[in-house]
Design a protein around this ligand. Structure first.
Ligand SMILES: *[C@@H]1O[C@H](CO)[C@@H](O)[C@H](O)[C@H]1NC(C)=O
Ligand SMILES: *[C@@H]1O[C@H](CO)[C@@H](O)[C@H](O)[C@H]1NC(C)=O
Ligand SMILES: *[C@@H]1O[C@H](CO)[C@@H](O)[C@H](O)[C@H]1NC(C)=O
Length: 303
């Protein structure tokens, strides 16, 4: 009997190992935010994440170089409700996919940049989770509007040193905006895509311009950096508007409580999906404001 028991036990052991490995495989994430085995501290070995022009950064406003030559950002078609296409839970962020049509341009950008999608970074209901900070201050959330040069595909743009321009706006809790507005509409729609891979088709429920209607886009900081998720390609012109958009507390709550990194069953809520600050490594941050002295352009036009 012993001679039969031994192989059976071995078989049981092998089965357990196989099952455990299967379990581990399905959780084999190349990168993540919430586990030591794949969190941001481990990203250095991935793609360009260990490079010299990484994002996000802290913006020290007293070190920013005023540069009138950057000019105001010109927006086209941002108000068009037909452009919102689909919500997507990508497993690390919540994305709004857009039809092509909205663009930005400015004297400082060497092409027209087409808005492809936008997404968010956040902390928890009670802790802040913007990626960039201004003089060390972190905000509740950060919105990234991702544009590609001359309507390139995102894949192509990641290979072009000037391929991507991201507009970044901070979001902050306020009691003022508790009424129905595009932000509440959008946040409530995100409840429909709790799990990785979930999508929800949009049909003109809001416009990007509507979300930005209270934003002050007359002045901004600008620097050359990277994507803030692997592979951290160093192809991004960052345009950061320092004045936060105020949203209701409910909006922040919905983001931090309704979405998951994987499945609802696994229970890892999508929270704290922001990358830690990266060193500036000698880069300059520029500042544009309407009517800033033209002399400053003569001093700083060559970067
Ligand atoms: C697990 O992760 C490693 C390292 O990122 C990767 O090479 C491998 O293909 C992954 N395995 C599975 C089954 O996804
Ligand atoms: C931008 O590219 C997409 C995808 O290739 C294409 O469907 C769309 O028509 C282009 N838009 C413009 C304005 O050229
Ligand atoms: C900038 O200058 C123009 C022309 O001098 C003036 O009309 C405008 O009001 C100024 N804007 C600001 C924000 O000071």
């Amino acid at each position: 009997m012993g001679s039969v028991g031994f192989p059976l036990k071995s078989l049981a052991c092998i089965l357990i190992v196989v099952i455990l490995e299967g379990f581990c495989d399905s959780h084999n994430e190349t990168w993540c935010y919430d586990k030591p085995s794949c969190g941001p501290q481990t990203w250095g070995s991935l793609g360009f994440c260990n490079g010299r022009k990484q994002s996000p950064i802290n913006i020290d406003t007293k070190d920013a170089v005023p540069w009138a030559g950057l000019g105001p950002i010109r927006f086209t078609n941002y108000e068009d409700r037909k452009l919102v296409k689909q919500l997507k839970n990508k497993g690390y962020q919540a994305e709004v996919v857009l039809h092509s049509g909205a663009t930005i341009s400015s004297a400082g950008l060497r092409a027209t940049y087409y808005l492809q999608h936008f997404h968010f970074h956040w902390g928890t209901e009670d802790s802040d989770g913007s990626e960039h900070t201004i003089n060390g201050q972190r905000y509740s959330m950060e919105l990234h509007l991702v544009h590609t040069k001359n309507n390139m595909s995102v894949e192509e743009a990641l290979k072009d040193p000037e391929g991507v321009a991201v507009l970044a706006l901070f979001m902050k809790k306020s009691r003022k905006y508790a009424q129905v507005n595009p932000w509440n509409t959008l946040a409530n729609l995100f409840k429909k895509i709790p799990e990785k891979g979930d999508t929800w088709d949009l049909n003109g429920e809001f416009s990007v311009g509507g979300l930005l209607s209270t934003a002050d886009v007359s002045h901004y900081y600008c620097y050359k950096g990277s994507l803030t998720t692997p592979n951290c390609e160093e192809v991004v012109t960052w345009i950061i508007f320092p004045d936060p958009i105020e949203v209701s507390e409910q909006v922040i709550k919905i983001f931090s409580n309704s979405l998951y990194f994987t499945t609802v069953k696994e229970g890892r809520r999508m929270r704290n999906n922001f990358r830690p600050l990266q060193p500036l490594k000698g880069r300059k941050v520029y500042y544009y404001k309407e009517n800033i002295s033209v002399i400053s352009c003569l001093l700083h036009c060559f970067y």
